[in-house]
Design a protein around this ligand. Sequence first.
Ligand code: ADQ
Length: 463
Amino acid sequence: MGRLIVISNRVSPPGDETGASVGGLAMALSAALREHNGVWFGWSGRTTETFTGQLSFQRGGGVTVATVDLEDQDRQEYYNGYANRTLWPLFHYRIDLSAYERSFDEGYARVNARFADTVRPLVEPQDFIWVHDYHLIPMGRELRRRGVGNRIGFFLHIPWPARRLFTTLPNHRELVEALFDYDLVGFQSEDALSAFHDYVTQEAGGTVDADGQATAFGRTIQLGAFPIGLDAETFMEAAEGEVARGWRERMQKSLAGRRMIVGVDRLDYSKGLEERFLAYEEYLARTPAAHEQVFLLQVATPSRDEVPAYQEIRARLDGVSGRINGAFATADWVPIRYVNRSYRRDELAGIYRAGAIGLVTPLRDGMNLVAKEYVAAQDPEDPGVLILSQFAGAAEQMAEALVVNPFSREDVSDAIRRGLEMPRAERVRRWEALMDGVRTHDVVAWRDAFVAALLARPERAAG
Ligand code: ADQ
């Protein structure tokens, strides 16, 4: 069997093998790359004045990482533009935030072509290629144009939007047609998969059979739902390690007998943070007995801060959390601890463990790994309660959570009350079922299922 070539917007530099600071995806892909003697290709994150296409190689832990620099214009039009101002909001059902500008389209096409030019010489006949996420939808097509006949799979980490929303995108057809240049296209959830089916059958005049083979644009590809999981083993090890224990103790001390609700997110409008704060405010307003007894710790790490919508949501959250704290705080109690920094995974594990409730209420989310991390970090004897949005891909697999509508303050407020009052026996029962799923459907299972489905596709003749 040939080597695995992973192509994604950003790569994870080789090194940290403990999983303390590297995400689960990076760990899982690194392991697969090691196994298949592969290469991980992507943008270095740096920009230069003119594009040179010069590859930089780094090797470590048996993995080769190859990166290329982009131009500043690429960063603006491709990364901040089409990827994060057009596709990201649209795919998260926020057409009100979606910007359609031709320069973004051009930047997106240009960078995909540049990546394909750069990676092409690395591809050998027996290799198989796995492309990741919305930044690189046309990558398969670009590689085919350069004569790559190898098996190429694509996995979308974010939701696929409902047909009527998706067709607001001026070049929607072209984007879907490009997906038909892959051999396998994978989604996070059945919900995303069925939205894609809908497009194929209703908009593209194609068909999808019972095995998930889709035919349209004169081509047949395999579709599937491959829900991503956690690197459960390493995360649980980290949760038992010294750093996690230190944080657990530190948090226990700072609880001062109060109960903590915990939220951890990238600072992104899709994560429903404003709605979450307002639902928590509703809970406080309806439950005077909880004042001074409970607090919400919200960790929200700023991201994509060159994009205006991210600056706006950040300012709004500062305002809403400040207002709620001003209205409810007492001399020795602050109802919301709002923290704009990031933590290592082992630190997070310790923080999650101290939370009586994990509050995960995105308005739309491909999967949401925080929900799974919260579960994996709990004390089996005395676990906390997961409150989870029905609009996270994770909700399809985590039915034993308290599943809520994140748009309804009353629904979320009720779930907070119920979670805080839940008897230990019920918490343990729910947690055991959730943990079972987290363990079984982990990131290794996800990766192996995707790779197996890709390798099951017939080889094409090189063009
Ligand atoms: P994200 O939108 O980034 O990922 P999510 O899955 O919740 O969302 O988080 C990914 C990782 O980032 C987790 O390991 C989490 O611990 C970490 N993280 C988040 N906030 C953090 C913080 N404040 N500090 C430190 N670490 C933090 C996209 C999709 C998701 C999908 C993933 C993987 O949007 O739906 O689950 O990819 O496919």
